[in-house]
Design a protein around this ligand. Structure first.
Ligand code: NPQ
Ligand code: MG
Length: 368
């Protein structure tokens, strides 16, 4: 494959409602897309970095510069380019996994579209559907929270995740359990908002039979998570901490987590994400697919990844309608609490031209 031209696009898609986490509130999804034209066809990549470096150190403007100035030249310099050669070609650049992952995704999409192979076939998945969970932002009052949970359960979501932060943890969990009972699959995500001193508060979640507590402590605090895991009955799941397959193996061996959230952007792309899946599977640690408010492009790749066998818990792979009134691609529609794994070539979806035109806020040709 030879890259003929590369365009970086910024799209801004309104969210159906503000999404509040322990690190901030978003009302739009401002996403960076990579569009490749190659000698064998086109490819699309989505960078999951947000507008500000709050979830992790990357941000969309920075990722665009890193792609243009440091990543693309390395890939363009390869004598023979395929998706498998991208990671090694970029390995001397420190960090920037979301930027790297977006470029690798676009190259993989072009490669697979040309070969008439879907992402799912490339991953050799056997499932045709994946179970959907939903992530619910921090709410101003319990009535609104309970309405939302009730609505999503009515829609068919198979697992509920509540965003929590200090001061908003045991009370919303108790409210949901009291209203909807103990059979609802329920978990919480702190996005690193607690400290080692908060073990007592977090132990207060133990009576509620949660599936897991996601990333209570700082991303670099594996020891703190290991201590917490010993002190709590509720399983600890790591998100932000797991930046590679090796980190996943280390965190498991250290006892810092017993469940792993996999996000391709956080680990540098879908190939490393599959390796995270594999090391967890080999250690008997279940995984689930995280979400970064992806457009239909990233959602398509996530759904394919989440069809791998060790994704045994419902992911944050929600329907497009959870986030967007109108998605960039044809929407992912949930049927009986599941999404279908796309089976068209590559991602199996592409931006609808009119939606792309309306959502695009900036575009820059960085090669060709
Ligand atoms: C998580 N996602 O699991 C993330 C956090 C998150 C679905 O809970 C813009 C871009 C807004 C990325 C909000 C979910 C975001 C974002 C939340 C990621 O930790
Ligand atoms: Mg998370």
């Amino acid at each position: 494959m030879k890259i003929e031209s590369v365009e970086l696009l910024r799209v801004e898609i309104p969210l159906v409602s503000p999404f509040r986490t322990s690190f901030g509130t978003d009302t739009v999804r401002d996403a960076l897309l990579v569009h490749l034209v190659t000698d064998i066809g086109e490819g699309w990549g989505e960078c999951v970095a947000d507008r500000e470096p709050l979830y992790s150190a990357e941000w969309a403007d920075g990722a665009a510069i890193v792609i243009e100035e440091f990543l693309l030249p390395r890939v363009l310099g390869l004598a023979s380019l395929d998706a498998e050669s991208v990671g090694p070609a970029l390995s001397d650049v420190e960090g920037h996994p979301m930027a790297k992952g977006a470029l690798e995704m676009a190259i993989l999409d072009a490669q697979l579209r040309a070969a008439d192979i879907s992402f799912g076939e490339y991953f050799a998945v056997e499932r045709k559907h994946v179970d959907c969970g939903v992530s619910i932002g921090i709410q101003d009052d319990d009535a609104r929270l309970l309405d939302l949970v009730g609505g999503y359960l009515h829609d068919g979501y198979r697992r509920i995740k509540l965003k929590i932060e200090p001061g908003y943890d045991v009370a919303p969990v108790r409210a949901v359990r009291e209203r909807f009972g103990d059979d609802v699959l329920l978990q919480v995500d702190a996005n690193a908002a607690y400290t080692r001193a908060d073990g007592g508060t977090l132990a207060g979640l133990d009576p509620f039979g949660l599936l897991l507590i996601e990333q209570p402590l700082a991303p670099d605090d594996l020891l703190g998570h290991a201590r917490l895991a010993h002190a709590l009955r509720t399983p600890i799941c790591l998100d932000e901490s797991i930046t590679s397959a090796r980190l996943a193996a280390d965190a498991i061996e250290l006892g810092a987590c017993s469940i792993v959230n996999i996000k391709a952007g956080r680990v540098g792309g879908y190939l490393e994400a599959r390796r995270v899946h594999d090391v967890c599977a080999a250690r008997g640690v279940p995984v689930w697919c995280g979400g970064m408010l992806e457009t239909g492009l990233g959602r398509a790749a996530n759904v394919a990844l989440a069809a791998l066998p060790n994704f045994t818990l419902p992911g944050d792979t929600s329907a497009s309608a959870r986030y967007f009134t109108e998605d960039l691609t044809d929407p992912f529609v949930m049927v009986e609490g599941r999404l279908e794994v796309p089976d068209g070539p590559g991602l199996g979806v592409e931006p609808r031209p009119d939606a792309l035109a309306r959502f695009t806020t900036a575009r820059r040709r960085v090669h060709g």
